[in-house]
Design a protein around this ligand. Structure first.
Ligand code: ADP
Length: 409
């Protein structure tokens, strides 16, 4: 049996590791079929008394573990728990590979890649570009290499989808030496955007070739302008701090504010960074929560109302900017937690986008779409809800990399 064929049946593990949580999905791979998710779950609260939960595809809880109060659970311990839970569920099927969401691929990594010593060293060298994310993405890779050295591991990058944006879009107005040192726009949420681009042809033929803005509105949030399913511009730039106001991140900020925080308010760089990443956005503005459901439930409180209005205003303004980058707009797509479920947020964003030709349909919006607007999408701008599937995209990429490796063996 060739390497490619023998790799076609078994299970795939995909990991999305952050600073305080590891999300995972397990996919069943059958020859000639798309990978089917059989389990998903997460370990959250890392650094403290963490909590592990695993669910079957139908949402039924199939594994749970809570560490004792006072525990300080690290990524390594979390992976041991995951591995102990997963082993009996393999039921004799081979674990084919592990795929990882890696936030930064830099200028060199524009596609998913099989991890070896050189790749890992290159990705470690990119940590200064994403110090709050990249080290956490890489730590499970190292742990798995140590314990399962023969398991193929694949890195899939959030930056890759934006890799081919034009220089005029990607560069800041900074001295050339700084640009050459890697200070430029990279864009993020690429796996989510890539998945959405892959389903556009099924949604409507006009969208696959057209000018589309995708609004990924989760805890992190960004917009991507796509032309023909390719990234033309994005609101996230050098870091995951740029662009829209988010759950706890400030989004676009006059760079002068940072100097003011350091010089006049006497914050250290670490304190300023913590404030902009963790204490700002919806949480900072409202003083209540970063959770959209809680904010909508308390929207009659003036400070909460203002935070929601600012959040929506920033989305509407940036949609205008994305439309300018595209030279017009054929469709707007909402995805991720708020985009897929936030009826009120979508209604307010669409109201603010009427000038672009959208005619919101309140009843369709209340049902979560998929189409949210009146009129024929072939003739007038349309808006849609499309659930994203970053884990499914990771699984597809892992299989592609394994197949390419098998073919070259
Ligand atoms: P992450 O970036 O962590 O993956 P998600 O995509 O899960 O985040 O999005 C989380 C956000 O989605 C939270 O603000 C949450 O309140 C919001 N959300 C989830 N369900 C709903 C809902 N039914 N209505 C409004 N907002 C929702």
């Amino acid at each position: 049996m060739s390497g490619a064929a023998s790799l076609q049946q078994g299970l795939l593990l995909v990991l999305n590791a952050g600073s305080s949580s590891i999300k995972f999905s397990v996919f069943d791979v059958q020859a000639g079929q798309a990978p089917a998710e059989c389990f998903h779950g997460k370990i959250e609260g890392l650094g403290g008394a963490a909590y592990f939960i695993a669910k079957a595809a139908d949402g039924a809880v199939v594994g749970e573990h809570r560490w004792a109060k006072g525990a300080s659970v690290d990524h390594q311990q979390a992976l041991v728990q995951l591995s102990e839970w997963l082993s009996p569920r393999l039921e004799g099927r081979p674990l084919l590979a592990c795929g990882h969401r890696v936030v930064h691929g830099g200028r060199d990594y524009a596609a998913p890649v099989l991890i070896d010593d050189k790749v890992l060293a290159d990705l470690e060298a990119l940590c200064p570009l994403a110090p709050l994310h990249q080290p956490h993405n890489l730590s499970p890779i190292r742990a798995i290499r140590e314990h399962l050295p023969n398991l193929p591991q694949v890195a899939c990058f959030d930056t890759a989808f934006h890799h081919d944006q034009a220089e005029v879009v990607a560069q800041f107005a900074l001295p050339q030496s700084v640009t050459q040192a890697g200070v430029r726009r990279y864009g993020f949420h690429g796996l989510s955007y890539e998945y959405i681009a892959s389903v556009l042809p099924r949604l409507h033929p006009r969208l696959a070739a057209g000018r589309v803005v995708v609004a990924h509105l989760g805890n992190g949030a960004s917009l991507c302008a796509m032309q023909g399913g390719r990234s033309v511009a994005s609101t996230m730039g050098f870091s995951a701090l740029d662009g829209l106001a988010m759950g706890t991140r400030c989004g676009t900020l006059d760079a002068g504010v940072v100097f003011h925080l350091l010089r006049e308010l006497k914050l250290t760089p670490e304190q300023a960074e913590h404030m902009l990443y963790h204490d700002s956005g919806l949480l900072g503005m409202s003083g209540v929560s970063n959770d959209m459901r809680e904010l909508r439930a308390r929207a009659d409180e003036p400070q909460v109302r203002l935070a929601l209005d600012i959040y929506v205003h920033r989305i509407v303004r940036e949609i205008g900017s994305m439309a300018a980058a595209l030279g017009g707009l054929d469709a707007l797509i909402f995805t991720a937690g708020i985009g897929e479920n936030g009826v009120a947020t979508r209604a307010e964003v669409l109201e603010g986008c009427r000038w672009l030709g959208f005619k919101p349909d309140a009843a369709r919006n209340a049902q979560n779409g998929p189409c949210l607007t009146e009129g024929d999408p072939a003739l007038v701008p349309s808006a849609w809800v499309v659930p994203t599937d970053e884990e499914g995209m990771l699984a597809r990429h892992v299989l592609e990399v394994l197949a390419a490796r098998g073919a070259s063996n």
